[in-house]
Design a protein around this ligand. Structure first.
Ligand SMILES: Nc1ncnc2c1ncn2[C@@H]1O[C@H](COP(=O)(O)OP(=O)(O)OP(=O)(O)O)[C@@H](O)[C@H]1O
Length: 469
């Protein structure tokens, strides 16, 4: 058990709703029992009781990130609302230590008639930040939200994306001890989501995070612990990986059961463990360049993966840093004949080109990149260090340097991706970043045949061997 102080304590929490079959029953319920009491008759209820959440207890310690998972209607939002104090429990207690900031469903928290600016001040004051302090932070909030002139428009004119931008920007500036986030990250575009993920990963070092998502990979990537709710009950509380695996195994079994098939629920981890134990298969050394023999089929009309590549655009860059001895001025993804990749299927050869201009004399530059998923999880990346360690490049101001990385693209599951690029100097273990650009390029993969895992790798061969019969 962690020795950190408690952030959230939930004890035997429950929320009951009275469900009326028709509006008239609500009126009857209000009036008739009183009449009944007056004439000395027993009570009759005109509603059904429905427990959206019942008997839920857990504790969260400072610095923990806890994911809440469960299918639609399982009680996740009800739980979060009670933790945030916007919904009153029917039974049980919630205690929260320190300041809590929440990004719950769209529309909550803002006054629709007020401008973005007015809402910044209103929300800030509600969070207990003095007006003088809000004035100091206002510019930084506006820069984080990055919604341009809309900051001076009433929020009722906002798109859902703008709404989340402003709500997140405020939550990130109120010195919260605990942040509660309900699916908000699914709304923004990739660059904004990446900005939020960078903020959240930093926040996690000291703050407590409660995070609701249907995206189980987001939960395993971000959370150390998860709680699974089903029909308002707590099914499991444990390590995020274990809980997500049980949840997915159960969902899979439920889906199969609805098709009339019986399945034993077993988390994937135990199955994978057994497979490794029993495996005696020897993998031969692979040739360097693997072309998936199924490529023609995978790239056929109906099954083709579509990956749209968005161009490097300096106007869209939202986060860069570095000592400044060189500046990255262009980033391109080319296909195997050197043309700009606008649409890829994955599995083909690509070339990432990073071009920089030298501003001060440069010794031993190292170019590098990372490809990240929507959650900022690094899928793969590389740099030029090892190739140039023994023959470092030197360049004078005014020169241009261009790095080329040729590789076979993996097949990407549907979703948004981005590429960080960087130019550093020094050695791998001790270097200075001269220019780092977050999300220099973005991709969108759609209609992917890849359903599981972070990336699909081109298969050298795929076979079923039949032994005896
Ligand atoms: N005001 C209400 N009156 C009656 N029932 C309600 C009310 N609010 C929520 N419920 C019910 O409570 C249950 C839990 O709802 P909740 O919104 O907490 O689920 P959820 O897990 O957040 O779902 P989702 O993933 O779809 O957002 C649902 O069956 C919902 O219909």
């Amino acid at each position: 058990m962690s020795s950190e102080p408690l952030s959230i304590s939930v004890k035997s929490l429950g929320k009951k709703y009275d469900i009326y079959a028709q509006p008239a029953d609500r009126l009857k319920q209000m009036v008739l029992p009183r009449v009944g009491r007056l004439v000395g008759r027993g009570r009759r209820a005109y509603y059904d009781e429905f427990w959206a959440l019942r008997d839920v207890s857990f504790e969260v310690r400072r610095g923990e990130t806890v994911g809440i998972i469960g299918r639609n209607g399982s009680g996740k939002s009800t739980l979060l609302q009670m933790v945030c104090g916007t919904l009153h429990p029917t039974e049980g207690t919630v205690s929260v230590h320190g300041r809590i900031a929440a990004l719950l469903e769209l529309g909550a928290g803002f006054n629709a008639e007020f401008t973005g600016k007015e809402n910044v001040y209103l929300s800030g004051l509600l969070y207990g930040i003095p007006e003088s302090e809000l004035r100091k932070r206002y510019q930084s909030i506006v820069e984080f939200a990055d919604i341009g002139e809309f900051i001076n428009q009433p929020v009722k004119t906002y798109s859902s994306g703008m709404y989340v931008r402003l709500a997140f920007a405020i939550a990130a500036h109120v010195d919260a001890d605990t942040l509660v986030i309900d699916e908000a990250l699914s709304v923004g575009d990739i660059r904004f989501t990446q900005k939020c993920m960078r903020y959240l990963r930093e926040f996690q070092r000291t703050g407590t995070l409660l995070f609701v998502s249907h995206d189980t990979s987001a939960v395993t990537s971000l959370c150390s612990r998860a709680i699974w709710l089903d029909s308002g009950r707590m099914m499991k509380d444990g390590s995020a990986r274990d809980v997500v695996e049980y949840y997915l195994a159960e969902q899979h079994a439920a889906d199969r059961a609805s098709l009339g098939q019986t399945v034993t629920v077993r988390p994937l981890a135990s199955v994978a463990g057994e497979a490794t134990k029993n495996s005696t298969h020897k993998v031969d050394a692979m040739p360097m360049d693997v072309v998936d023999p199924r490529r023609a089929v995978l790239n056929g009309e109906a099954t083709r993966n579509l990956v749209e590549v968005f161009e490097f655009d300096t106007a869209k860059l939202n986060n860069e840093f570095g000592a400044g001895a060189a500046r990255i001025i262009d980033v391109r993804l080319l296909n195997d004949v050197g043309e700009l990749h606008q649409l890829t299927a994955g599995g083909e050869v690509a070339e990432l080109v990073i071009e920089a201009e030298v501003i001060e004399p440069l010794d031993a530059p190292i170019f590098g990149f990372y490809v990240k998923d929507r959650l900022g999880q690094r899928l793969f990346g590389d740099n030029t260090y090892v190739s140039y360690r023994d023959q470092p490049v030197h360049a004078q101001p005014g020169a241009r340097l261009r790095a080329h990385f040729r590789f076979r693209l993996p097949v990407l599951p549907s979703g948004d991706y981005s590429v960080d690029v960087a130019l550093a100097t020094g050695a791998q273990e001790n270097h200075t970043q001269q220019h780092w650009i977050h999300d220099a390029l973005t991709f969108r993969a759609s209609e992917s045949t890849m359903r599981h895992g972070l990336v699909g790798i081109p298969m050298h061969s795929v076979e079923i061997e039949k032994i005896g019969d």
